[in-house]
Design a protein around this ligand. Structure first.
Ligand code: OAD
Length: 258
């Protein structure tokens, strides 16, 4: 039973993580669509880091909800399964989806990477955000002395001294080639039995394109979203309910169908 699942911010909404385009999406009256950009980072990296630090902390404090749990359950029952999430939080992973069955197409908020070279590290722990005087490199903690006050707020690369940035995809940036290949390989592998698209406004063309490709041979295309989206007209089943309510039921139905 090959299955393909696409998720967006709405799936984490019931864990208390604000969606991007919802009323709670604004931060200090700033529009996330303007903050999550290379332009915002180059004009005010400190402000952008503050936003990401707060979001990281909010995610650490949050717990996966029943929607994350249902998708993880589905993953264990399907012989071929891929979850593509636009969410940069780690709630799908904490609900139990193994890394090889999930693509975080917009990156991982807990990764910090250099804006110039290849240096990066992931830190899901409770260190101050970002770590101020040490980074984990090749499994060893290296001390790095901040060279100015601004380094405390905006970390610099220990290799090339360029600004470090969150490991996420910003508006106008390319998707990671590796992650794209993983999605393409899965979709090239054949049509799916069912496709679920949950909690996303599907504003990016590639989201609609992947959903249509995965369901190309007549698979059920289930949209779970309280609101209409550009994908709604292609769906064979519209579920206008919150994901944490609808997904456990839909997953049990799919598992029963075998
Ligand atoms: P959005 O904030 O655009 O949309 C959230 C969607 O979830 C909306 O369609 C809501 O109707 C729906 N929703 C809200 N609560 C829900 C619930 N409890 N259950 C189910 N659905 C619910 O978030 P995304 O579509 O994920 O990209 O946004 C896509 C991308 O745009 C993000 O990954 C981010 C962004 O700005 C980048 O930063 C590149």
């Amino acid at each position: 039973m090959p299955l393909f699942v696409l998720t967006g911010a709405g799936v984490s909404a019931e864990s208390g993580i604000p969606t991007f385009r919802g009323r709670d999406g604004y931060w200090r009256n700033l529009d996330p669509a303007k903050l999550a950009t290379p332009e915002a980072f180059s004009s005010d990296p400190k402000l952008v880091w503050e936003w990401y630090r707060e979001r990281r902390q909010g995610i650490r404090n949050a717990q996966p909800n029943a929607a994350h749990g249902a998708i993880a359950k589905l993953a264990t029952h399907a012989d071929e399964f891929l979850l593509v999430t636009q969410n940069v939080d780690d709630l799908h992973a904490r609900a139990g989806i193994p890394a090889q069955k999930m693509v975080q197409i917009h990156g991982d908020i807990f990764v910090t990477r250099c804006s110039r070279c290849e240096f990066s590290y992931a830190d899901r722990g409770g260190l101050p955000e970002p770590p101020r005087d040490r980074v984990l490199q090749s499994g060893r903690l290296r001390s790095i002395a901040p060279t100015s006050d601004s380094d405390v707020d905006v970390p610099r690369c220990p290799n090339c001294d360029e600004l470090m940035r969150p490991g996420v995809v910003w508006f106008g940036e390319q998707l990671s080639r590796n992650e794209l290949e993983r999605v393409e390989d899965f979709l090239d592998g054949g049509a799916c039995d069912a496709v679920i698209v949950a909690g996303t406004t599907a504003t990016f063309g590639y989201i609609i394109d992947w959903a249509l490709r995965a369901s190309r041979d007549g698979a059920e295309l289930i949209e779970v979203n309280p609101e209409e989206t550009p994908l709604s007209r292609f769906a064979t089943r519209l579920v206008r309910e919150p994901a944490a309510i609808a997904l456990p039921r839909i997953v049990d139905e799919l598992i029963a169908l075998g």
